[in-house]
Write a protein that binds this ligand. Structure first.
Ligand SMILES: [Cu+2]
Length: 479
């Protein structure tokens, strides 16, 4: 008999909506109808494949219109939904994915209730296959339009952030912290101190690229694109877990964390427990394939449930640690280098193509500027690079973008001013680049040069801006 404790939690059942404790219990015991209900759970589809008259689009439009029409006293009101994010969102740490998964689930339930379309499933925007903001968001008479966007309908997101090669690199991370962001430094849920690759690269980039007083800020859910953007991230998390069979962290400070920031379809307060969110995609909804070269896992549903519920330790065993404890400052459009002293042979274990040892670079104490008109590229052992250096250069090690500063969140500015706040941090697995350099014989020195290039977003003049970080940290880690 399987463990049913998860399903007795009130909050989960609230989120589950269609299921009751009784039906789930029956299903676990072999109830055919419940099994079928779960098999037929609503399908979250690729919005770019839907015509403007598709019922999913019609419902989404009607739901957004209905939320916009609700009085401000109703927590399901459009602005109030965005305020949930503004006041409570978690970024730059490992609560990022589950918090947003819960947020989306309750939003989807509200859409269903307000439109009467009980099988509505939120569509996702696959920016890998369709890098422009989808057409349905550009009809100026539609509730899905947002006048504040800085991009145009014709512009395309940069391949180095959303392209298949980059997304495959991110999905190939086996460590939860690297893939999904790591534990918050200092334990504070709202500090962006440990941003992993899925969040730091496509997530942050899309927010900054759309460039508006909405998407570029913590009020981003005011743009209906937001929900389809985060749904794509949710889909990639599902792919990473369910198709690629990677485990989330088993750390109890992650699994047991609760958030009570949401409202259900009736406008009543609702919450999530992180460990419950890992099972949503098995029981409550499913996705059309969204990842490059997606293949289904051969595991059974029961095996998947077991894998997801158990998780695995995500903590790294650090065998070597080198750091540059001084700031690196780069003008936008120009390169700046930090040279980290390393001992000879330091990376040898990680350079073999097998094994679970990696070299992880942390960009620490990053200043998030008020205007974030640029993103950052990283090159190793090559200092004469510029904003035009192509990303297929063998020294290229990754790109990341900056999202809003958490001091912009309501309630935090005051607290931060008093307590002092840790600055942003980003983690990047640089092992593949080191392997390439090693093969080419350019990894022999006593230092590793980390060159950062802040690249202005297309069409924007990021004049006078600087990118500054306080610390570069290099870990040889096994996980
Ligand atoms: Cu976001």
């Amino acid at each position: 008999m399987e463990d049913l404790t998860l399903f007795s939690r009130r909050d989960f059942l609230r989120g589950a909506g269609a299921f009751s404790a009784a039906t789930l219990t029956l299903w676990m015991g072999g109830c055919e109808a419940c099994w079928k209900q779960i098999q037929d759970r609503p399908m979250r589809k690729n919005i770019s494949n839907l015509s403007a008259s598709d019922p999913i689009i019609t419902t989404y439009k009607a739901a957004v219109a209905a939320m916009k029409a609700l009085p401000s006293s109703d927590p399901r009101n459009w602005q109030n939904q965005a305020n949930i994010h503004f006041n409570n969102c978690t970024h730059g740490n490992w609560f990022f994915l589950p918090w947003h998964r819960g947020y989306l689930l309750y939003f989807e339930q509200i859409c269903r209730k307000l439109t009467g379309d009980s099988r509505f499933a939120l569509p996702y925007w696959n920016w890998t296959t369709h890098p422009a903001v989808p057409d349905v968001f550009w009809d100026t008479t539609s509730p899905l339009y947002d006048i504040n966007r800085g991009v145009t309908q014709a512009m395309q997101a940069d391949q180095s952030f959303v392209g298949a090669t980059e997304i495959e690199t991110i999905l190939s991370q086996t460590n939860f912290d690297l893939f999904a962001s790591g534990p918050p430094v200092g334990g504070e849920l709202h500090f962006a101190t440990n941003t992993g690759m899925l969040e730091g690269t496509p997530h942050n980039y899309i927010h900054g690229w759309i460039d508006s007083s909405d998407m570029g800020t913590f009020q981003s859910p005011l743009d209906p694109v937001f929900w389809t953007h985060h749904n794509m991230l949710d889909c990639l998390w599902v792919d990473w877990n369910i198709n690629l069979n990677n485990s989330n962290t088993s750390d109890p400070s992650w699994t047991n964390q609760q958030f009570h920031d949401f409202f259900d379809e009736n406008g009543n307060p609702a919450g999530i427990t992180v460990i419950d969110t890992v099972l949503y995609p098995i029981f409550l909804y499913q996705f059309e394939p969204c990842a490059p070269n997606e293949t289904k896992s051969k595991k059974t549903k029961a095996q998947l449930e077991q894998l997801l519920k158990a998780g695995a330790p995500s903590k790294w065993e650090v065998s070597k640690h080198f750091e540059l404890a001084q700031s690196v400052r780069a003008d936008v459009g120009k390169a700046a280098t930090g040279s980290i002293k390393v001992e000879p042979g330091a990376f040898s274990g990680a350079l073999e193509s097998t094994g679970r040892t990696a070299v992880v670079l942390t960009l620490g104490e990053v200043e998030i500027p008020e205007k974030r008109d640029f993103f950052v590229r990283i090159f190793l052992n090559k200092t004469d690079v510029s904003a035009r250096t192509p990303i297929d250069d063998p020294h290229y090690a990754g790109s990341f973008a900056l999202f809003a500063d958490e001091s912009a969140m309501k309630g935090h500015a005051v607290k931060d001013a008093v307590a002092g706040r840790p600055k942003a941090g980003f983690i990047v697995n640089i092992t593949p680049t080191l392997r390439k350099l090693n093969q080419a014989g350019s990894l022999s020195g006593a230092t590793l040069d980390v060159t950062l290039v802040p690249v202005p977003y297309e069409r924007r003049e990021a004049g006078g801006q600087q990118f500054t970080l306080g610390k570069l940290d290099l870990k040889v880690a096994s996980f």
